[in-house]
Every structure is written in C-alpha cells, then in structure tokens.
Write a protein that binds this ligand. Sequence first.
Ligand SMILES: Nc1ncnc2c1ncn2[C@@H]1O[C@H](COP(=O)(O)OP(=O)(O)OP(=O)(O)O)[C@@H](O)[C@H]1O
Length: 283
Amino acid sequence: MKALAEVKQVQKNVDEFKLGPVSLAIEAGTITALVGTNGSGKSTLLKLMMNQAKADAGNIKIHNMFVNGLNEEWKTHIAYQPQTMIGWDAFSGKALREFIAPLYPAWDDQQFNDIIQAFSVPLNKRFGKLSQGMQQKLILALTVARNTSILLLDEPTAFMDIPSKQKFIDLLIEWIESGDRAIVMSTHQVDDIMKLADYLCVLQEGKWMGTYEKETIQHMYCQFWMRDALPTESLPGEVSREGNQFITSKPEAMEAYMREHDLHCVNQKTLDLEESLSLLLNK
Ligand SMILES: Nc1ncnc2c1ncn2[C@@H]1O[C@H](COP(=O)(O)OP(=O)(O)OP(=O)(O)O)[C@@H](O)[C@H]1O
C-alpha cells in the first residue's frame, strides 16, 4: 500500500536530547499512536513532520514531497493540532474560523459546525477565556475542518472530560472511515490507544523502540505464577521476577521449558496493553 507520509531514518538533536533515528510509513486508513514517557520526543517528531523543526539527518515526505523541499504543495495535504496555540487568546472562535478557513481550499464548514455543536463550543468567547478542554475542542474543530488526508494530533484529549473523549473517538472513527486518510497522534491515554490505534510508534527518551501493531503489544508479555520457587538460572524471555512470579516475553518458549524441567504454574495471564506498555517503556 502507498504511504501518505514517510519518515526515513530521521534524527534530531535539541541540546542534550537526541531523537532517533526513527522511521515511519503512514498508510491510508490507519491510525498511528505515538507513545512514550514525558520528553521522549513525540511532539518533536510531529513538528519535524510539519517542517517546524529541521531534521539533522534523514528525510520526511508527505504525499511523496520532501517537507524541506521547494515545492510546498504537501502542506495542503496535512493538518496539525499542536498542544498549545500561541497568539490566539484575544480572538473568538468565530474570528479564528474567519482567519483560518480561507487558507484551506478544501475547508469543510459542515464538519466544523458539527464538531462545534457536538462539543458545545461557544464561538463568541475569546480563546483565552475558554477552559483548556474547550480550547482543545475548538482547535480540533479548526484542524479537522481543513479536510486534509493526514491529521497530526498532539495529545488531543489531554484536557477533555470523559464524555468528550468518547465523542472524540467516535469523530475520528467516522473521519477515517473513507479509507484514504490517516491519523498520527501522540497520546498518554490508554483508551485512545485501545479504541483508535492500529499501530504504536514507541519512543523512550528519544530512542525509537519500534512501531508495532497494537495486537502485537497486547500479546507481548505473559505473567506466570509458579507452584514452587523459581530456578535461579535466567528463564526464557525473562523480563522480571519476584518471589514465585515472573514475566516473560517468550511465553511459548517458557511453556516448553516448564515441560522439559517439570515445573508447574498455578496461574498465568497475558499482560494488558497498559501493563505491556509500562514494561516496554521501562526497559
Ligand atoms: N524548544 C525547545 N528547546 C529546548 N529543548 C526542547 C524544546 N522542545 C523540546 N525540547 C526537548 O526535547 C525533548 C523532547 O521533547 P518533546 O516535547 O518532543 O517530548 P514529548 O514526548 O512530546 O513529551 P510529553 O509527553 O511530555 O509531551 C525534551 O527533552 C525537551 O526538553
């Protein structure tokens, strides 16, 4: 399948912080979640994709155009929601819509109004007077209505209340339904990942740990509780141990080992997504 966006071996140094090399292929019809601990480089990667930061190595293409090339037509294919908007405080949602809509040839006013209504965003209030959650909803409406094929969202639900998060999830599911669009979003919300993500691009302190299908991470680790004390030697795929309990990244190899060594477990479970991500990010 053709990638709508490609990130190849990208590296970026910001003072002491080093991101990458990281590679990503964003295909139509997919949602990729950028996950990682605070300061792991998720926002930096999104900024690089928007050419708001310059890569020190590697390259990025949107619709087959280099983001740092002379042809800036790629900008019409991508919309970006940063975490904060600088300079918007004095303007109402109505005024912001009037500035922004004419800049985007494919602007979808119906979509804008639908989001505003769904989240009951007051368009006459100044941006700076809105709550953080309400600001986030207004930015979302002003981003999604650009009607591009790629959406980059930087922690879009960080300040949203519980019912709004569900509406957000429904909105994105509907938005991506046509199959010719893609979303990349950074998030710390397990619910967003569970309900939306197809792929997880995992970053830890700037190091790219890999991009995994969500199902792969959901089956990545298994926890065993043994009847007797654990052998002192390292067990297949052993990730951690405590008392008679341990976690392995190779459950099948571990089961074979148990048969071979006549070991018995009293309980076992596959770690859920949140537990697996915590382990992966603490490695
Ligand atoms: N403008 C800047 N000047 C200096 N350092 C910066 C700047 N922006 C980001 N950094 C540094 O780059 C690193 C990555 O930050 P980034 O915001 O990309 O992380 P993140 O994964 O998005 O974090 P969070 O989950 O907290 O939002 C951090 O060490 C941060 O301090």
